[in-house]
Design a binder for this molecule. Structure first.
Ligand SMILES: *Cc1c(COP(=O)(O)O)cnc(C)c1O
Length: 379
C-alpha cells in the first residue's frame, strides 16, 4: 500500500461490532467477562482500549513498523523509552533538542543515575567517541528544533548496530510522510502526535513505533505498568487527523518553501534556517533522507536585535504567537523565551538559539496571506 493510502486505510478496519467505518470512541474503563479471563481481548482500558488500539495499529502502519503505542503526550512516550534503562546506563543525545526532552533527561532521569551526553550529530562520526560499555541508547531528533539541522539516520544506525546500542528517533518534525527512520535502521520512532500527526492543535499525545517484537513487549509492559496512556476521545481525534496527513504535509512543505525563499531574499533578514536551501550545511543528507523539507523554519534578523524580533512577532496577524507546531494554522514562536526557556542561556546559545531567533510553523493557509503578513510585520 502506498503512503497516501496508508494514512486512510493502513492498519485500519471497520469496527468488528457494527462495521462502523470510523472506530467508535470506546469511552469505557472496563469490559464484561463471562468467567474470570473470559473476555474478548479487552479487560481494562489502561491495558487495552479498542479506539486506542485502532490508532496504535495506524501509527505502526504509517511508520512501516509492526507495533505502535499511544501515550498521553510526547513526553510520556519519551519517558517510556527511558524506562528501558537502569541506573548506570548512558545515553548519547542530539545537543539541539526539544527543550522538554532536555528537561526530562537532565532534571528527572539524571536523578535516577542515567548519564546523558549531548552531542553535535551533524557529523555522525562525532557520536562514536562517546560510546562505552554503559551506552544503551542513542537519541536523535531530526530535523532539530529549532535550528533545523539534519542528522544522518542511516549513518547513526550503522554506529548503533556496530555497538549494539538502541537508536531512537524523534520523528515529530518530519512525520512519516517525509522520512521513515525504521527503514533507515532505527529501532524506535517517537512522535509528539500533538503536532503534525494530530495536525489540528486539538489534542496532546505521544506515539512510539517499533519493528522488533521483544522491544515492543518491553515498551508495552512499561506503558501498562506506568500508565501514561491516552484516552479514547483523543485517540479518535488523532485517527481523524492522520487521514489527511499526506495532503497537509504536501501543503506545509510548499508554503514553507515560499516563506523560506521570501525571508531569504528580504533585506532585514540575516539567516534563514531551512534544510531546502542549497547552502544549508546538511542539505545533501536532507535531500536523500527526506521526501520534502517540511513545514518548519527559523530565522534571525540582521543585527540580531532582541527588541526587533519581539516587535516582528507582535505585529504578525496570520501567524499566531503560540507554543507548539504542526497544526493547520501558522504559528510563530520565540524559542529563547518559550519552547527552549528550560535550557540555560549559555547552553542554548552554543547551538544557535539566540535571543532574536524566531521559529515559524508554516500552516496550510493561502501562501499570499502568509507572505503579506510577514511583509507588513517586517516593514
Ligand atoms: C512537542 C515536542 C515534544 C513533546 O511532545 P508533547 O506532546 O508536547 O509532550 C517532543 N519532541 C518534539 C520535537 C516536539 O516538538
Amino acid at each position: 500500500m502506498k503512503f497516501n493510502t496508508k494514512t486512510i486505510h493502513g492498519g485500519q478496519k471497520p469496527d468488528p461490532a457494527y462495521g462502523a467505518v470510523m472506530p467508535p470512541i470506546y469511552q469505557t474503563s472496563t469490559y464484561a467477562q463471562t468467567t474470570p479471563g473470559g473476555h474478548k481481548g479487552f479487560e481494562y482500558s489502561r491495558s487495552h482500549n479498542p479506539t486506542r488500539q485502532a490508532l496504535e495499529n495506524a501509527f505502526a502502519s504509517l511508520e512501516n513498523g509492526s507495533y505502535g503505542l499511544a501515550f498521553g503526550s510526547g513526553l510520556a512516550a519519551i519517558d517510556a523509552v527511558l524506562k528501558l534503562l537502569k541506573s548506570g546506563d548512558e545515553v548519547i543525545s542530539t545537543n539541539d533538542l526539544y527543550g522538554g526532552t532536555y528537561r526530562l533527561f537532565t532534571k528527572i532521569f539524571e536523578n535516577f543515575g542515567i548519564k546523558f551526553h549531548f552531542v553535535g550529530m551533524n557529523q555522525a562520526s562525532n557520536i562514536e567517541q562517546y560510546i562505552n560499555k554503559n551506552t544503551k541508547l542513542i537519541w536523535v531528533e531530526t530535523p532539530t528544533n529549532p535550528m533545523m539541522n539534519i542528522i544522518d539516520i542511516s549513518e547513526t544506525a550503522k554506529i548503533a548496530k556496530k555497538h549494539d546500542v538502541l537508536l531512537a528517533v524523534d520523528n515529530t518534525f518530519a512525520t512519516p510522510y517525509l522520512q521513515q527512520p525504521l527503514d533507515l535502521g532505527a529501532d524506535i520512532i517517537m512522535h509528539s502526535a500533538t503536532k503534525y500527526l494530530g495536525g489540528h492543535s486539538d489534542l496532546v499525545m505521544g506515539a512510539l513505533v517499533v519493528k522488533d517484537k521483544a522491544l515492543a513487549d518491553r515498551l508495552y509492559f512499561i506503558q501498562n505498568a506506568s500508565g501514561a496512556i491516552c484516552g479514547p476521545q483523543d485517540a479518535f481525534l488523532a485517527l481523524r487527523g492522520i487521514k489527511t496527513l499526506h495532503v497537509r504535509m504536501q501543503r506545509h512543505c510548499e508554503n514553507a518553501k515560499t516563506v523560506a525563499e521570501f525571508l531569504n531574499a528580504h533585506p532585514k533578514i540575516e539567516t534563514v534556517y531551512w534544510p531546502g536551501f542549497d547552502h544549508h550545511p546538511n542539505h545533501d543528507i536532507a535531500k536523500v533522507q527526506m521526501k520534502g523539507f517540511g513545514g518548519m523554519l527559523s530565522f534571525v534578523t540582521k543585527g540580531n536585535d532582541y527588541k526587533e524580533a519581539i516587535n516582528i512577532i507582535e505585529k504578525l496577524k496570520v501567524f499566531t504567537l503560540a507554543e507548539s507546531l504542526g497544526g493547520i494554522e501558522s504559528l510563530c514562536g520565540h524559542p529563547a523565551s518559550m519552547t527552549h526557556a528550560s535550557i540555560p542561556k549559555s547552553e542554548r546559545e552554543k547551538v544557535g538559539v539566540v535571543d532574536s531567533l524566531i521559529r515559524l510553523s508554516v500552516g496550510i493557509e493561502d501562501e499570499t496571506d502568509l507572505i503579506n503578513d510577514l511583509k507588513q510585520a517586517l516593514a
